[in-house]
Design a protein around this ligand. Structure first.
Ligand SMILES: [Fe+2]
Length: 324
């Protein structure tokens, strides 16, 4: 894509053969044709507007920024955890989004409450209670609110379609991995229950969007047991953490937080020597549609105000004259 008029001019001279002529003539007289200097200068003087970043599809470069995908796969994938401290994707799921989601309870797809009971895995799962798989009472909205205020953590599973950017991230990851899932972990305060040291069977990408959490990463991978701590650190909104499959890890809540886990299995027989990347659009995941009727937003994403109110103050006289 042309960055400015210099690039367009350069393409024009190449296509018409003028460039070849200039180079040949200047070559005869051993003079620099100045093409490159002119191209850069014209680009600087007459730059083209770059496409709005928000309209761009999210790429793996954007997700792992500033670590390149090449470095990620060669040095970290399946080998060691990676912490990227930065200020990105904080709007993937905010407290406002959480507020909106929970206020729709019980008309929501799924919800889990951690540390609800002592037996089993301790969770209360909305979908399992609804289907009768879990013989637990169906909680009322005020009861869920009470549990949250008592300090219980809440998980929103299958959250991929909560935000356009979240689906785009899944779409992009699923070119490199199998179809994934996104869970959103929310805690109201410090010392809310989280998971003890464990290893997952999936590649985990953890996007921090609100508050801070303390992470403990262990040296061991399953089926070994977690023994030696490799790193203890606090991550905050905007940071990304990658944990390879089977590596042990633990989260401690140190205050209110929202953390999005996006996790995937590896493609069968995926290896660096035979690395398969699926074409965008061929991953099988349903796309995100824009349901907003046309002409509600301009090209820059700004809302177009459509007012049908009468502008003058005399409308009242005209409107009420016959009715009073
Ligand atoms: Fe985990």
């Amino acid at each position: 894509m042309d960055k400015g008029f210099g690039d367009t001019f350069d393409r024009f001279t190449k296509r018409t053969g003028i460039k070849w002529l200039i180079i040949t003539i200047t070559g005869w007289f051993d003079v620099n044709c100045g093409c490159e200097y002119r191209r850069k200068l014209l680009n600087k003087w007459f730059p083209y507007k770059q496409k709005n970043k928000m309209n761009r599809k999210i790429t793996l470069e954007d997700i792992l920024d500033p670590v390149s995908p090449g470095v990620f796969f060669k040095e970290y994938w399946n080998k060691k955890h990676l912490i990227i401290r930065r200020n990105k994707f904080k709007n993937l799921f905010t407290w406002q989004d959480f507020n909106h989601y929970l206020n729709q309870y019980p008309d929501i797809k799924a919800l889990q409450i951690l540390n609800y009971r002592l037996d089993g895995d301790g969770r209360w799962c909305l979908d399992k209670v609804r289907k009768g798989k879990l013989k637990l009472p169906f909680l009322k909205k005020d009861e869920v609110y009470k549990l949250w205020n008592e300090g219980k953590s809440i998980i929103l599973p299958f959250a991929e379609y909560q935000k356009k950017e979240l689906v785009e991230i899944c779409h992009e990851f699923e070119r490199y991995f199998e179809k994934g899932q996104s869970n959103i972990y929310c805690s109201p305060r410090a010392n809310s229950k989280s998971f003890p040291a464990h290893a997952d069977q999936t590649e985990n990408f953890l996007f921090h969007t609100e508050g801070k959490v303390k992470w403990t990463i262990y040296k061991e991978f399953a089926p070994d047991k977690p023994k030696e701590i490799l790193e203890e650190t606090i991550l905050e909104a905007g940071d990304l953490l990658y944990i390879p499959q089977y590596q042990y890890h633990k989260v401690d809540t140190i205050g209110p937080r929202i953390l999005i886990s996006i996790h995937f299995s590896n493609k069968p027989k995926q290896s660096l020597s035979d690395f398969k990347v699926t074409k965008l659009g061929d991953t099988g995941r349903k796309k995100w549609y824009n349901w907003i009727p046309e002409r509600y937003f301009d090209k820059k994403g700004k809302k177009i105000e459509q007012s049908y109110r009468m502008k003058s103050n005399t409308w009242k006289d005209r409107y009420f004259r016959d009715k009073i």
